[in-house]
Design a protein around this ligand. Structure first.
Ligand SMILES: [Zn+2]
Ligand SMILES: [Zn+2]
Length: 364
């Protein structure tokens, strides 16, 4: 079920317009906590599915409207020894994008890079230490492109109407960058440095380009984010008999928070809403630039619904005919091919005061 080649990615039915609708649970939380709706957070499930998105569309993976007047974005981070060879690729960043090189120049560049790696193998400790202080020059990978016209829920900087989420190829705290563009400024489009990305990442990145089918839903805050008095109401409450089917998953009366957990934060790729923090405490969600609060801009998820729960209400009704374990089921459940953390999820958090402040990527 993981993305490491076990899912056949040739079984998709490309760009078929299908609506995806989350199921519902019978439990009415408002009956338990009457004011619970006041805590609701709007969210948009993206329901990515492999396809051929156009460069001018909102999508996950695939081509983006990167202007040919800007250099392709590069990592720039000082990595700890994640990849010594990567850090030693000194000098490979030529002042022209890879796509504009001739075949001969590209070959020379790649052979230089291989030589650089051999040099790294022979480097002394002092040389390696110095090399590791060099900014990483790896090209960033397009992860998502989101248009304001499709997602008015996103707070865009003034004069910008495209959010482009780019990725360093690793999932750690600073692995994501968000670029804001004005589509009116983009005259010529630059292609991603495909050869360089392939040389850098090979087949370790198995992300599929995906079309989107946005579904507007309401999330609730994660349990720990609720005020103490609301948490107390949830803990005191016991479900009525009609709700007991919802408890079957846990096999016992663990209500709440277990049921609340299942209801509150949608899994899968989504914009806004809440994150599931079941594996660690909710961290301080604070902008590193101005200390204002941050909010979930984009959730990335390995799975669109819990893979071991084919009856989950998060599995879209339109996918209900898919047979668990089949390639089409797996492809709907893991459409992007990305494995986030340990087959988990993560969130890109943006400053609530200024979306252009440094985004944070948090992977519970
Ligand atoms: Zn890097
Ligand atoms: Zn800020």
């Amino acid at each position: 079920m993981s993305s490491n080649g076990k899912i056949r990615r040739d079984v998709c039915i490309e760009n078929v317009e299908v609506t995806h609708t989350s199921g519902t649970l019978t439990t009415d939380l408002a009956r338990i906590v009457p004011e619970i709706d006041t805590y609701a957070r709007p969210a948009v499930r993206l329901h990515p599915r492999p396809g051929r998105p156009a460069v001018s569309e909102s999508h996950i993976g695939g081509p983006i409207l990167w202007p040919d007047t800007q250099p392709w974005p590069r990592c720039g981070a000082i990595h700890c020894a994640h990849n010594l060879a990567r850090s030693t690729a000194r000098g490979v960043v030529l002042p022209v994008p890879s796509g504009q090189l001739t075949a001969r120049e590209r070959a020379a560049r790649l052979s230089w890079k291989a030589a650089s790696r051999r040099r790294a193998d022979r480097a002394s400790v002092a040389e390696r230490t110095a090399l590791l202080r060099e900014p990483c020059a790896t090209p960033l990978i397009p992860l998502a492109q989101l248009f304001a016209a499709d997602f008015p829920e996103i707070t865009f900087p003034a004069g910008k109407d495209i959010a482009q989420v780019m990725w360093r190829g690793l999932f750690d705290h600073d692995s994501i960058e968000v670029f804001w563009q004005d589509s009116a400024d983009i005259i010529g489009i630059q292609q991603p440095p495909a050869a360089e990305l392939a040389e850098e990442f090979g087949d370790t990145i198995t992300m599929s380009a995906c079309i989107l089918d946005p579904e507007r839903i309401s999330d609730l805050p994660w349990y720990e984010e609720l005020p103490p008095n609301v948490r107390e109401q949830l803990v005191q409450c016991r479900p009525e008999p009609a709700d007991t089917d919802d408890l079957a998953h846990n096999g016992a009366r663990q209500y709440p928070p277990s049921l609340y957990y299942r209801l509150s934060a949608a899994p899968g790729f989504k914009i806004g809403g809440s994150m599931n923090w079941s594996t660690n405490d909710v961290p301080d969600l604070i902008c590193p630039d101005c200390k204002a609060s941050t909010a979930l801009l984009l959730q990335l998820d390995t799975y669109e619904w819990p893979p071991g729960q084919p009856d989950s209400h998060w599995r879209p009704r339109e996918d209900s005919q898919l047979v668990p374990g089949t390639p089409h089921y797996n492809l709907a459940c893991e459409p992007t091919g990305l494995t986030i953390g340990r087959a988990s999820h993560g969130g890109v958090f943006a400053c609530s005061m200024n979306p252009e402040h440094s985004p944070q990527f948090i992977c519970p």
